[in-house]
Design a protein around this ligand. Structure first.
Ligand code: F6P
Length: 325
């Protein structure tokens, strides 16, 4: 390979910037030319790209978001969109592509790379949802979880002062990863996740027991994708039955996606970016770099997407229940 392009796509995640920096500098160190594509696949189709140098990525380790910007791009799902994207890459003499994003990004990358195998493609898992096979952690998950913990600690203060029950909704349309980790870290009285159905009656029973056990406040974390509906719906049903607490709802929303990346995400981004370029240099393509047991692991994109299933960490869930009695 001689000219490499890098893009970020899908939901942004803290750690994307350290990863971009690592991709750019590893490529330059290896005498490759580097191009940054703005707004993910959208910019690829619109030919919105620019040459990058080592100094293009100065002082970005600490920045949340992504300096390349990102988008969720529908046109890239069509054959026509992919063809335009391919022609743009050829026009600039680009023969390798690093895509940083989640499962939607990888689905596009795999289809593209099967259609146009002369462009080498390497994926880096970047999503706060931590729901990709082939990497124990994805970029942004650690920072987002820490952001949630900081917010819930503050909610706990006021919940305790008023003897209130709070329902806190966190991100994760299909993934309870943030909810579970934040639940353990903040001592949530209950955690509702898309991976495990919780009957409202059981939740109510649990909260009543807590109240009779002299708990002065309670916090229930609701992952956005929980099948009981959103935090507001659940809160309404519970308030009717649990009179001992005044019930409040907080939806944390997109604040979970921002902020300066944690040490963990800066290091993860640097390692994965470095590994992605080195994998391309060694002739690999249609793969994803990840981290497992603190070692770089390379998984085929096809495998990463096929094996993609949301597993509940039962042991952590059980521990959280026991520790919150
Ligand atoms: O995939 C990351 C994520 O933040 C999910 O947790 C959430 O469901 C979704 O993106 C929100 O997407 P958007 O920012 O496009 O509304």
């Amino acid at each position: 390979i001689s000219k490499l392009a890098v893009l970020t796509s899908g939901g942004d995640a803290p750690g994307m910037n350290p990863c971009i920096r690592s991709v750019v500098r590893t490529a330059i160190y290896n005498k490759l030319q580097v191009v940054g594509i703005r707004r993910g696949y959208q910019g690829l189709i619109e030919d919105d790209m620019y040459d990058m140098e080592a100094r293009s990525v100065s002082n970005i380790l600490n920045l949340g978001g992504t300096i390349l910007k990102t988008a969720r791009c529908l046109p890239f799902r069509s054959d026509e969109g992919m063809e335009i994207a391919y022609q743009n890459l050829k026009k600039h003499g680009i023969d390798a592509l690093v895509v940083i994003g989640g499962d939607g990004t990888f689905t596009g990358a795999l289809r593209f790379s099967k259609k146009f195998p002369d462009i080498a493609v390497m994926g880096v898992p970047g999503t706060i949802d931590n729901d990709l096979y082939g990497s124990t952690y994805t970029l942004g998950f650690d920072t987002a979880t820490n952001t949630v913990i900081e917010a819930i600690d503050k909610i706990r203060d006021t919940a305790d002062a008023h003897d209130r029950l709070f329902f806190v909704e966190v991100m994760g349309r299909d993934s309870g990863a943030i909810a579970l980790r934040a639940g353990i870290s903040c001592g949530a009285e209950a955690i509702l996740l898309p991976e495990k159905a919780t009957a409202i009656e059981d939740l109510i029973k649990n909260l009543k027991t807590g109240s009779s056990n002299k708990k002065s406040s309670s916090i229930v974390i609701v992952a956005e994708g929980d099948k009981n509906g959103g935090a507001y719906d659940i809160a309404k049903k519970v308030q009717k039955e649990v009179k001992s607490y005044d019930v409040k709802v907080t939806i944390l929303g997109h604040l979970q996606r921002g902020g300066s990346p944690s040490a963990f995400d800066r290091i993860l981004g640097s390692r994965l970016g470095f590994a992605a370029v080195n994998a391309l240099l060694s002739g690999k393509s249609q793969m994803m770099v990840g981290l497992e047991a603190n070692h770089i692991k390379i998984t085929g994109l096809e495998e990463a997407l096929n094996q993609h299933e949301f597993k509940l960490e039962e042991d952590l869930m059980q521990m959280a229940e026991i520790l919150s009695i």
